[in-house]
Design a protein around this ligand. Structure first.
Ligand SMILES: Cc1cc2nc3c(=O)[nH]c(=O)nc-3n(C[C@H](O)[C@H](O)[C@H](O)COP(=O)(O)OP(=O)(O)OC[C@H]3O[C@@H](n4cnc5c(N)ncnc54)[C@H](O)[C@@H]3O)c2cc1C
Length: 245
């Protein structure tokens, strides 16, 4: 089985976010980038599936050259090879279109994504990709198995769970709880240096949306400490100042 795992390169969750150009551009300076946590899950599960029943796992990122150290980390986790579509994506439609081209030409059986990227939180690439490929999509999977012809996945639904299956090729997106993310070991890190990382040019030109400005949430007000013995003061504050009841 040939699995393609989509990897979005995102700022570390502890990053202090700032903007430039009149708050219209994200400021990358000094930012530590990581594999999108949901993509770490889909990559780990892809590796588990191919280790159990054979096959290869390729990773794909649509991004600039500075994403390569993070792509190497995906290779260190165990991916066979990597594709970087050389582009500066600004839109989920654009990203999906680039990945669709590679998924088709590489004749993959299964494409895995995360449920969303934790930077722009679009949650849209997987749906757009499935539509462009005309493949079925199972979204936000918490369990995933696949054999040569079929994929089976479980999802949490309101008040329960559902299990679905569909014929390959298909797209599946990962939700938390899919598996424990794999941490690269020293051997993996050494091997990753010589694994193929193929850089391909962007082809499709979908740039439907662009961000005009960003705004940070208001700064949190300071914490007011209340003596544990003064519960009445706490109740009064919650009632008259915070208006919680
Ligand atoms: C410096 C910088 C500036 C950016 N500026 C913008 C911007 O202005 N507007 C904007 O929308 N985005 C911007 N991005 C983010 C990037 O373009 C996103 O990949 C794209 O917008 C999709 O985001 P999303 O939230 O819709 O993805 P989602 O739909 O939430 O992602 C779902 C899944 O799709 C896959 N995926 C998403 N993106 C990629 C990718 N690039 N490569 C491979 N797989 C992917 C992953 O598996 C992910 O889990 C920027 C990124 C950087 C590093």
């Amino acid at each position: 089985m040939k699995i393609l795992v989509c990897v979005s390169v995102v700022p570390d969750t502890t990053t202090k976010i700032t903007f430039t150009d009149n708050d219209s551009q994200f400021n990358k300076a000094g930012v530590q980038f990581i594999i999108n946590p949901y993509d770490e899950l889909s990559l780990t599960r892809a590796l588990e599936i191919t280790e159990a029943s054979g096959g290869t796992v390729s990773v794909i990122t649509v991004g600039e050259a500075d994403t390569e150290p993070v792509i190497r980390k995906a290779l260190a986790m165990g991916a066979t090879d990597a594709i970087r579509v050389d582009a500066s994506p600004k839109d989920g439609m654009y990203v999906a279109a680039q990945i669709a081209v590679q998924a088709k030409s590489g004749e993959y059986d299964l494409v895995l994504t995360g449920r969303e990227s934790i930077d722009y939180n679009g949650g849209q690439v997987q749906g757009l990709l499935a539509e462009m490929l005309n493949w079925p999509l199972i979204n936000v999977a918490t369990e995933l198995d696949a054999d040569a012809s079929t994929v089976k996945a479980t999802r949490d639904i309101d008040g329960g769970r559902e299990t679905l299956s569909c014929a390959l090729p298909a797209v599946v997106s990962a939700q938390k709880d899919l598996c424990e993310p794999r941490i690269p070991n020293m051997r993996g890190i050494m091997m990753a240096r010589s694994k193929p990382l193929n850089v391909v040019p962007a082809t499709e030109k979908y740039d439907y949306t662009s961000i005009t400005s960003y705004e940070l949430p208001p700064a949190k007000s300071g914490v007011k400490m209340i003596d544990a013995a003064k519960a009445e003061e706490l109740m009064d504050l919650l009632h008259s100042t915070e208006k919680l009841f």
